[in-house]
Design a binder for this molecule. Structure first.
Ligand code: HEM
Ligand code: CA
Ligand code: CA
Length: 306
């Protein structure tokens, strides 16, 4: 239903606009690519890839930006608005915010040293947002492997291949202490740290995140190459240096079918790149609105006429 040539005639310089805005933003903020990739993920897992995450709270919109996983956490909304204002200047009323999110994620992969792919286009923007669904559908960092699998399966993604490949996005970006501090001191109320955490790495993390701190400090998701979209994430998991419980689960759950894929991707950047691109395309197809469904928003943060 979507196509790579959707805006070929109606917005020929779209790709350049998205690339230029993201590239420029990356100079001053090397983390922005990570934030944009995550924004696309958090959009697609709630009502599909329809830019519902971009809608601000109003009298009628219960903003997904206030969901647990998003509040004080998502970034890049300003960059999306910046892209939109350029796009509206060149091709007014044509390009959906949902497509811009998918393109911004692809460009961010490219800029970060990851794979490129042909982005499928033609998505339309939602008229609604759903904060409650966001709380239900966006996986939590404390999830076990079974819970992660169920979450991906609910979206029609493969609970092994897509889960392992897309988790590889944690090869870039940062996380707050609050999302993993339980692993450092009192894992599952045992009074001890998570036993699947390397002891040197544990010590480093304890220095960054004191036991009774406010949890607001940030650290890199990938301890090896924090700003490069490579396959080091997977070698970290093999040496018990996954930052989130949901990361380490992929390798440390006894007998799991995800272990051999972690090995495969850690041994082959090519295999990872290929599957990451394929899984990103698949994620980008979740629940899309097409044809005359939804609308093309004139401002990404508001439905038209509001
Ligand atoms: C598998 C289940 C997943 C869980 C439980 C999870 C959880 C998280 C958490 C807790 C953070 C840190 C947020 C913060 O502290 O503010 C984070 C960051 C991030 N996530 Fe995930 N995530 C998952 C899958 C994904 C997927 C599928 C993608 C993209 C394809 C992704 C991309 C990212 C990126 C790039 C960051 C860093 C964002 C930044 O620095 O602004 N994650 N994730
Ligand atoms: Ca959505
Ligand atoms: Ca990396």
């Amino acid at each position: 239903q979507l196509s790579t040539t959707f805006y070929l005639r109606t917005c020929p310089n779209l790709q350049h606009i998205v690339f230029d805005v993201v590239a420029k933003a990356s100079f001053s903020d090397p983390r922005i690519g990570a934030s944009l990739i995550r924004l696309h993920f958090h959009d697609c897992f709630v009502q599909g890839c329809d830019a519902s995450i971009l809608l601000n709270k109003t009298a009628t919109i219960d903003s997904e930006q206030d969901a647990f996983a998003n509040a004080n956490s998502i970034r890049g909304l300003d960059v999306m608005n910046n892209i939109k204002s350029y796009v509206e200047r060149f091709c007014p009323g044509t390009v959906s915010c949902a497509d811009m999110l998918a393109m911004a994620a692809e460009v961010s992969s490219e800029i970060g040293g990851g794979p490129q792919w042909k982005v499928l286009l033609g998505r339309r923007d939602s008229l609604t947002a759903n904060r409650i669904l966001a709380n239900q559908n966006i996986p939590a960092p404390s999830f076990t492997l079974d819970q992660l699998k169920a979450s991906f399966q609910k979206q029609g993604l493969d609970p092994t291949t897509d889960l392992v490949a897309l988790s590889g996005a944690h090869t870039i970006g940062r996380a707050h202490c609050r999302v993993f501090v339980n692993r450092l001191y009192n894992f599952n109320n045992t009074g001890n740290p998570d036993p699947t955490l390397d002891s040197d790495y544990l010590q480093t993390l304890q220095e960054i995140c004191p036991q009774n701190g406010n949890g607001d400090s940030l650290t890199n998701l990938d301890v090896s190459t924090p700003n490069t979209l490579d396959n080091r994430y997977y070698s970290n998991l093999r040496s018990q240096r996954g930052l989130l419980q949901s990361d380490q689960e992929l390798y440390s759950t006894p007998g799991a079918d995800t272990i051999s894929l972690v090995d495969t991707y850690s041994n082959s950047k090519i295999a990872f790149n290929q599957q990451f691109a394929q899984s990103m395309i698949k994620m980008g197809n979740i629940g899309v609105l097409t044809g005359d469904q939804g609308e093309i928003r004139s401002h990404c943060n508001f439905v038209n006429g509001s």
